[in-house]
Design a protein around this ligand. Structure first.
Ligand code: C2E
Ligand code: CA
Ligand code: CA
Ligand code: CA
Length: 279
């Protein structure tokens, strides 16, 4: 893990070998980034397998670094997580994603939903629920237009509190998705207690689906388990027509992946929506 960490930071500065110094510098830069509005959200379409309609988008954070260009979230979110920086960044994501959703629903479609990734720190923070409610009111977005994505590892550390938090969101009408399903500690035992609305099958199963029979069986199992517990299923990382037809034959509900569209800035996403609706 240490080596992997070093690799990450090495990307930022290959000739500086001091991991701690790199980290400190990224922290300082992140503080500036918040002030200077260097963050941007990209949106990746989510497709209904049956109708092929775009039902929503996942908001994915990017850092538009003045010198390094677009920086992917895996390179800076883990650092933001270990200090308090994740809170202002996470709040900005919620505000921006809601504003985007309101723009889409006003102009392009109805019932368009945005999926927002939550970090572990955010999920545990006291003020999250009220912040989301305030933001919804300010931006004119309704609860049914928002989905919150959490991972298994976030709920496993304190299952009872996590369930309470999930229930509160759901009682407001906000839908909850379990992200990267199948990769974390197995929470099979808790799955029914979470009663999430959506399960997202991790890309690692989907990408190997047609190469390894075991993966196909795992996917089939996840879909039928999820359905039997009343959840809808999203397949992540769908990259080709073979994967699409397999998932469709297994009655998967929704798809997300490069085959349909990469994460893109809002302007490109609007063009994407227009092109698809005129097909
Ligand atoms: P994730 O939530 O699992 O997001 C899906 C990732 O898979 C995205 O990477 C997306 O670009 C990538 N992806 C989508 N379709 C395909 C495909 O067909 N093939 C391949 N190879 N990749 C695909 P991205 O945008 O780099 O985000 C990485 C992770 O960073 C996310 O994984 C999520 O855990 C985290 N993240 C992104 N935005 C936010 C955010 O606003 N808040 C928090 N807390 N985490 C975020
Ligand atoms: Ca996600
Ligand atoms: Ca995921
Ligand atoms: Ca992930």
């Amino acid at each position: 893990a240490k080596e992997a960490g070093r690799d990450r930071f090495a990307l930022f500065d290959s000739h500086m070998n001091d991991e701690l110094q790199d980290r400190k510098r990224i922290e300082t830069e992140l503080r500036h980034a918040i002030h200077n509005n260097e963050f941007v959200l990209y949106y990746q379409p989510q497709i209904d397998f049956e109708t092929k309609a775009v039902i929503g988008a996942e908001a994915l954070l990017r850092w538009q670094h003045p010198e390094r260009g677009i920086v992917a979230p895996d390179l800076f979110l883990p650092i933001a997580e270990t200090n308090r920086l994740i809170n202002p960044i996470g709040n900005w994501v919620i505000e921006e994603a809601c504003a985007f959703t309101n723009r889409i629903n006003g102009a392009k479609s109805e019932n368009f939903k945005v999926s927002i990734n939550l970090s572990a720190v955010q999920f545990r923070s006291e003020g999250l629920q009220s912040f989301i409610m305030e933001t919804m009111t300010k931006s004119g977005v309704t609860a049914d237009q928002i989905e919150l994505e959490i991972t298994e590892s976030m709920v496993i550390t304190n299952v009872e509190d996590a369930i309470k938090t999930l229930r509160r969101f759901q009682s407001l009408g906000i839908s909850v998705a379990i992200d990267d399903f199948g990769t974390g500690y197995s929470s099979m035992a808790y799955l029914k207690d979470f009663s999430a609305n959506v399960l997202k099958i991790d890309r690692s199963f989907v990408s190997e689906a047609n190469k390894r029979d075991e993966n196909r069986k795992i996917i089939a199992g996840i879909i039928s388990l999820g359905h039997s517990l009343g959840m809808q299923i999203v397949a992540e990382g769908v990259e080709d027509a073979d994967q699409e037809s397999l998932l469709q034959s297994l009655k998967c509900d929704f798809a997300q992946g490069y085959y349909y569209g990469r994460p893109m800035p809002e302007a490109d996403f609007l063009t994407y929506l227009e092109e698809r609706s005129s097909q």
